[in-house]
Design a protein around this ligand. Structure first.
Ligand code: SF4
Length: 232
């Protein structure tokens, strides 16, 4: 059960944390809703802000925000975006001085992994890559019943092994890990075990060409059913 003062930024009517004011003015909390964490969790925000005092964290955050800035350009017709995420990945790696990338990819996106590797290599980065099926371990090992295998009960099916992906990337001495299309849940394990800085280039969504937001963009039409409360 959500308590009244727990953060609920997704339902915020005012976005008081992002005011349209001048740099020398101070944001006001007057219009922030009662569930605003700036009103209820000041201590947590102070603790979080203190983390940026660490020079390494501060520099990483600075480069990330610089990267964000560089994804826009001013044109005579106004501010507009540029650079897709793959270009961002290259630029951010260059900014951070990364030389070696560890790519953890889903076997269903092997082709994409090959292309991404080629693009990164063309831009001066070394890439090691690990497929989710590494280890060739049968799904029965983690308790799947034969009838729960996609390939069918009578056939071999290799389990996804995100822990092995993470450990291989951890031991390869990479500067940055990149996750490509791991399944929901398998990605959770990869994130848990990966010990190097990491980012996600794409998440798995079998139905939408790995663009889960397509469901939101069509939630007034094809996916309207998801906007109805269960039981209505
Ligand atoms: S931080 Fe506060 S003002 Fe900002 S979106 Fe969340 S609730 Fe709204």
């Amino acid at each position: 059960m959500i308590k009244p003062n727990e953060p609920n930024c997704a339902k915020c009517p005012t976005q008081a944390c992002e005011p349209l004011i001048k740099a020398n003015e101070k944001p006001s909390l007057d219009k922030a809703p009662n569930f605003c964490p700036m009103k209820n969790y000041e201590g947590v925000l102070i603790t979080a802000l203190n983390e940026y005092v660490n020079p390494e964290v501060k520099e990483f955050a600075r480069r990330a925000s610089l990267q964000e800035f560089e994804c826009y350009e001013n044109t005579p017709s106004g501010l507009r975006t540029k650079n897709p995420r793959i270009l961002e990945l290259i630029e951010f790696s260059q900014k951070c001085g990364y030389k070696k990338i560890g790519l953890a990819f889903c076997g269903g996106l092997r082709d994409e992994a090959q292309k991404l590797t080629e693009i990164l290599e063309n831009n001066g980065l070394e890439v090691i890559s690990v497929c989710c099926k590494v280890g060739a371990t049968p799904k029965e090992k983690i308790g799947l019943k034969p009838e729960e295998k996609i390939a069918g009960a009578e056939n071999w099916e290799t389990m996804c092994n995100p822990i092995a992906q993470a450990e291989l990337i951890n031991t390869a001495g990479v500067d940055f890990a990149v996750m490509l299309g791991l399944c929901l849940g398998h990605d959770t394990l990869f994130i848990k075990y990966c010990q190097v800085p990491m980012t996600v280039i794409a998440v798995k969504d079998r139905v939408t060409g790995h663009n889960p937001l397509a469901v939101l963009y069509t939630s007034n039409s094809y996916y309207r059913r998801l906007m109805t409360k269960k039981g209505e």
